[in-house]
Design a protein around this ligand. Structure first.
Ligand SMILES: NC(=O)C1=CN([C@@H]2O[C@H](COP(=O)(O)OP(=O)(O)OC[C@H]3O[C@@H](n4cnc5c(N)ncnc54)[C@H](OP(=O)(O)O)[C@@H]3O)[C@@H](O)[C@H]2O)C=CC1
Ligand SMILES: O=C(CO)COP(=O)(O)O
Ligand SMILES: [Zn+2]
Length: 350
């Protein structure tokens, strides 16, 4: 008997474009949600766009979160008990979006994502990643019911956050290589659709890196569409596999070893240069990945990340220990080999 089932959870409405923030009320109206919204935001996005969002709803409540933590999720759940919202609207970067995503899951209500920065694919995905102590807990949650990404706002957000979003997408290239390797060597479940979509999204960004420039709405549009595709690939796969391989393991280790030094997207980008080298050797596409990151003003070296050589090597050699996910780093890379790959790719100096 055929016993496979697939349940793909996707956003129903995705709006990307000039001043679409003013269409948020309409996009939410089409979802037939009931009750009042609780807007979950952080100080800067609240100042930039909070009033424009509140003006589109009857009796909205607002919760402003300062830090991403499990305590913030619990605080938000307490606020929600008093407000009794029908749904949440997450307005801001990864911090309020992930907190709202996790709280919405616990409260059993839907949420709408309104990103004000395009810093990583968590702004559209069904994964919530919350820092706790020296680690980050990545858990599955439902993806947003709708995404409303205003390119006017995003084009004016800090450029370094956009370059981090671009690098997070470029890293899908090696994530898919790891996933295929895991299928070949461990027979892990693999989705051709999700793999192809994720890989194509990364390829498109590598090829068009020179067209993505600060302050341009069209660039913000390209980046958000790529982040949406990456989120859809994860939804199709039912896991973060299409967008998270060994390069993400290295980044998660850097979060522990050198916390707060670099953005997630920048870390996975630099790590991706090295894991591509490990997959394909010196004639592989590691230089194309590096050049695309460089073109986008994203870091390509440990020092540009603000990380010591020793910290980078420690992250590389311990990355395989942190998650049960088969990648090119399975079994680990020793210190000598780690120094060699980091040096050969120019990530650390000779
Ligand atoms: N779910 C996932 O897959 C992933 C989740 N993450 C999580 O996401 C978070 C990091 O994401 P990130 O987006 O960098 O975090 P933030 O939400 O902290 O946003 C980054 C900074 O940008 C500011 N900001 C937001 N919008 C604007 C704007 N339009 N103009 C100017 N400044 C703005 C914020 O201000 P303010 O300080 O006032 O909020 C903040 O200082 C972490 O909590 C991390 O754990 C990271 C990677 C993947
Ligand atoms: O950052 C992600 C994808 O880009 C999420 O991946 P993780 O499952 O490794 O947290
Ligand atoms: Zn990522």
């Amino acid at each position: 008997m055929f016993e496979k089932t697939t349940w793909i959870k996707l956003p129903r409405n995705v709006l990307v474009g000039h001043d679409v923030l003013d269409d948020l009320g309409e996009a939410v109206g089409e979802l037939y949600l009931t009750g009042r919204p609780l807007i979950v935001t952080s100080p800067t996005p609240n100042e930039i766009a909070g009033d424009r969002v509140r003006a589109q709803f009857d009796d909205p409540a607002t919760a402003v979160v300062e830090n991403a933590s499990f305590a913030a999720v619990e605080d938000l759940k307490e606020t929600a008990e008093a407000v009794d919202p029908g749904y949440l609207i997450a307005l801001g970067g990864g911090k309020p979006i992930d907190i709202a995503k996790m709280a919405a899951d616990h409260l059993d209500v839907g949420f709408v994502s309104v990103p004000t920065v395009a810093s990583h694919d968590g702004i559209v995905s069904g994964r919530s990643s919350i820092p706790e102590g020296d680690t980050r807990h990545s858990v599955a949650a439902d993806p947003p019911l709708a995404v409303v990404a205003d390119t006017t706002l995003l084009a004016n957000a800090p450029w370094r956050l956009t370059t981090a979003g671009c690098a997070d997408i470029i890293s899908n290239y090696t994530a898919v290589k790891d996933w295929r390797l895991a299928r070949r060597l461990r027979n892990v479940e693999y989705s051709e659709y999700a793999g192809a979509l994720s890989e194509m999204t990364a390829e498109l960004l590598v090829e068009n890196a020179d067209m993505i420039r600060p302050g341009l709405e069209e660039s913000a549009w390209v980046v958000v569409k790529a982040l949406v595709s990456s989120g859809v690939a994860m939804s199709i796969a039912g896991s973060s596999r299409p967008a998270s391989g060994a390069e993400h393991l290295i980044s998660h280790q850097l979060d522990r070893i050198a916390p707060g030094k670099a953005l997630h997207g920048h870390q996975v980008g630099v790590a991706s240069i090295m894991t591509e080298f490990l997959h394909s050797g010196e004639n592989g596409r590691w230089a194309a990945i590096r050049d695309a990151l460089d073109e986008l003003d994203a870091p390509t070296t440990a020092s540009e990340l603000g990380v010591d050589d020793a910290e980078l090597i420690a992250a590389l050699t311990s990355a395989h220990e942190i998650r049960d996910r088969y990648t090119i780093l399975q079994g680990g890379i020793n210190e000598e080999a780690a120094v060699e790959v980091a040096t050969a790719t120019g990530v650390i100096e000779d």
